[in-house]
Write a protein that binds this ligand. Structure first.
Ligand SMILES: NC(=O)c1ccc[n+]([C@@H]2O[C@H](COP(=O)([O-])OP(=O)(O)OC[C@H]3O[C@@H](n4cnc5c(N)ncnc54)[C@H](OP(=O)(O)O)[C@@H]3O)[C@@H](O)[C@H]2O)c1
Ligand SMILES: [Zn+2]
Length: 336
């Protein structure tokens, strides 16, 4: 088979299509003929910085959000059979640590994510497959897992409800757009930011109630406060946007954090935190059952995952270049 692999660490020029051995289905596994795989900033971290990948693992096939058709199953697999259209939940958990037993599964102390979907075939854990309804096509399905699960769980952890005002710094990427759309499903209102006017115009059509065209933390803080203090900040940017995200919360407000695109550290103001009863919540991914709910929302027409661009396997390097250049609104999907 062919796969788009990282042959070096650094820039999208290191994404090359190479031949690999066809995967086989070991016990408990299914092999998928991959129809679509979306990319995430997490994959870009690997390509740019070698995040959790060693030189000796190159060439490395990334890709966590995989949709396709089952082509083979290993011994003991009864949950799916060849011909089933499926979506992979990329979560990998041990199932036996105290955090797995307590739940949610995202707390597993050995929590990890599947990688390998940017290929014609992928061998995956059969228990992690969700059957796709006929009304959900593979490209839309592949847009859902990492971005929408993460947004879904953060909104849940931050207890977002009808009428809440939710601040989303960097609202135009995978997690950002998913947050705006899902907040809308919940009846909440959103304030989204971007450095691109064109992306913000499109974001408004997806349900954003207020948009701020700026990348400057101070300017963003002032603009949000002019709209009003927020109930919740959903923060995947980290860095200086974290301080802003805290500043603009109302008394008793919550900030969920899942990422650090803009930097791994920030300053927090203690007095503001404790005197105003603000809460900060770390969150990673969502559960497989969150993903099942998201697929149901798409099947029922309540949620339309935003796919900005589709690429052939040979153009996977371009998909990474577009993400790196901040050219995308929502998700970028490769069709191997
Ligand atoms: N913990 C988890 O489970 C989890 C899961 C998913 C994602 N994440 C993390 O969440 C982040 C977002 O992921 P994603 O896949 O949604 O990424 P993405 O699609 O690349 O996000 C693009 C968004 O981020 C903004 N942005 C990009 N670089 C920026 C910078 N240097 N400073 C300020 N804004 C910047 C863009 O703003 P413009 O519109 O101005 O270009 C755009 O709104 C990543 O850090 C990722 O690792 C974590
Ligand atoms: Zn565990």
């Amino acid at each position: 088979m062919r796969a788009a692999a990282f042959t070096g660490i650094g820039s999208p020029e290191h994404v090359e299509v190479e031949p690999f051995a066809d995967p086989e289905a070991n016990p408990g596994e299914a092999v998928l003929e991959v129809e679509a795989c979306s990319i995430n900033h997490h994959d870009l971290w690997i390509l740019r910085d070698g995040f959790r990948v060693e030189e000796d693992q190159l060439p490395y096939v990334a890709g966590m959000d995989v949709a396709g058709t089952v082509s083979a199953v290993g011994d003991d697999v009864e949950s799916v059979e060849p011909g089933d259209r499926v979506l992979l939940c990329p979560n990998q958990t041990c199932g036996s640590c105290r955090y797995c037993r307590d739940g949610p599964e995202t707390h597993c102390e050995r929590f990890d994510l599947y990688h390998g979907g940017l290929a014609e075939y992928a061998a995956v854990d059969a228990d992690r497959l969700i059957r796709l309804p006929d009304t959900v096509d593979s490209v839309d399905a592949a847009a859902i897992p990492v971005a929408y699960m993460t947004a879904f769980r953060m909104l849940e952890e931050a207890d977002v409800g009808p009428g809440d005002l939710v601040f989303v710094p960097g609202a135009t990427g995978g997690v950002g757009v998913a947050t705006v759309q899902l907040a809308d499903v919940l009846g909440a209102r959103t304030i989204g930011t971007s450095t691109s006017r064109e992306k913000l115009d499109r974001l408004e059509t997806l349900g954003a109630d207020y948009v701020i065209e700026s990348g400057g933390p101070d300017e963003i803080r002032d603009a949000v406060l002019e709209i009003g203090r927020v109930d919740v900040t959903i923060n995947h940017l980290g860095g200086p946007y974290t301080e802003v995200g805290q500043n603009v919360l109302r008394r008793g407000g919550r900030m969920a954090i899942c990422g650090q695109t803009a930097g791994p550290t920030s300053t927090l103001t203690m007095g503001d935190l404790f005197l105003n009863h603000k809460r900060i919540i770390g969150s990673t991914m969502g559960t497989q059952s969150d993903l099942e709910r998201l697929v149901d929302l798409v099947a029922d027409g309540r949620l339309d995952p935003v796919v900005d661009e589709r690429y052939s396997l040979d153009d996977t390097d371009q998909a990474f270049a577009d993400m790196d250049d901040r050219n995308a609104l929502g998700k970028l999907v490769v069709e191997p």
